[in-house]
Design a binder for this molecule. Structure first.
Ligand code: SF4
Length: 306
């Protein structure tokens, strides 16, 4: 088998834990500052009413039960032994520290959990929360996943993110000062962004030497403000080859040590309006690998260290 031209998170987990580690997504019932306490505000333009990345989660069950159900499937399918509890949809630090501690501990108490990943927004990690996360970083294998999406304030405004790039930089610096491992989420294909803009965000991630990155393709979902814009013909959608070539450009710019957590997302089949080619995830991943082989480059090939 050919060596992957980028450093995958799954490879890293395998080396660290001596076997494959399966990430299990859970919905612990959080909301997000942008959606309001009861999730009744529209939030970001692209926000799935059920929370971004909520595909396949047994919401409504307690955290430990969701993990037990997820484990059962993984054990049946892959004979899995090691798991990472992933607090995924909405902002999983949007609660008082005592509540967070109780939910994170519940997850870690499930047999086979080797660590935690917590997804949130840069404006949702006050010092007391970061101190708590740092405690988990010392206790277990821990990732903070920060949604940035773009380093351009104009885009963040358009998306109604409710935070700017300076807010991300502050949160990032405060989390790094506590030694946390950080994975940043970036979306390619956002409305109004050119290739140059997207690569400028990648250059910023390279400059910060982020520990990990998740690249998402913009998914346009029915029932979102972005979906309405799309149906009125108001936004351009990336073609598969454009996306593949962009991802290859981004990978070349990142340091070779940045762990690649994801290179494309799983859109919900029943509400995905565009791009439908993204449903064929393996074809996209293979095409990215092929593109780098064709170029004779790999992750880090164009990383310019200061
Ligand atoms: S930060 Fe996430 S959950 Fe909150 S509104 Fe934006 S996409 Fe939705």
């Amino acid at each position: 088998m050919r060596e992957k031209p980028y450093l995958t998170f799954s490879q890293h987990l395998k080396q660290r834990f001596g076997g494959r580690v399966h990430k299990i997504s859970i919905d612990a019932g959080f909301s997000c500052p942008n959606r309001g306490a009861t999730r009744d505000r529209p939030g970001c333009l692209f926000c799935d009413p059920d929370g971004s990345g909520a595909v396949g989660i047994d919401r409504g069950f307690p955290v430990a039960e969701q993990l037990a159900l997820g484990k059962e499937v993984m054990i049946r399918k892959y004979k899995a032994k090691h798991f990472l509890a992933y607090f995924q949809p909405f902002s999983n630090t949007f609660a008082p520290p005592a509540r967070l501690r109780s939910l994170y501990d519940e997850a870690l108490g499930v047999e086979g959990m080797v660590g935690l990943a917590v997804g949130t927004r840069p404006d949702c990690v006050p010092p007391e929360v970061l101190d708590l996360l740092a405690e988990y970083h010392r206790r277990t294998y821990f990732w903070l996943e920060l949604g940035l999406q773009s380093s351009h304030d104009q885009t963040l405004d358009l998306l109604r993110r409710g935070h700017d790039y300076a807010c991300f930089l502050d949160a990032y610096a405060a989390a790094k000062a506590r030694g946390l491992r950080i994975c940043v989420h970036v979306i390619l294909g956002l409305p109004g962004e050119s290739r140059v803009d997207m690569l400028a965000t990648a250059d910023e991630m390279a400059r910060l030497r982020v520990d990990g990155i998740k690249l998402h393709l913009l998914h346009v979902l029915r029932g979102t403000p972005l979906g309405e814009m799309y149906q009125q013909g108001g936004i351009d959608i990336l073609e598969q080859q454009e996306y593949v070539s962009l991802v290859a450009d981004v990978l070349e710019r990142l340091p070779a040590q940045t762990l690649i957590h994801r290179l494309t997302g799983d859109g919900p089949r029943d509400t995905l309006l565009a791009p439908l080619w993204s449903l064929n995830k393996w074809e996209v991943l293979n095409a990215i690998e092929e593109e780098l082989h064709r170029r004779g480059t790999r992750q880090g090939s164009r990383f310019a260290a200061d």
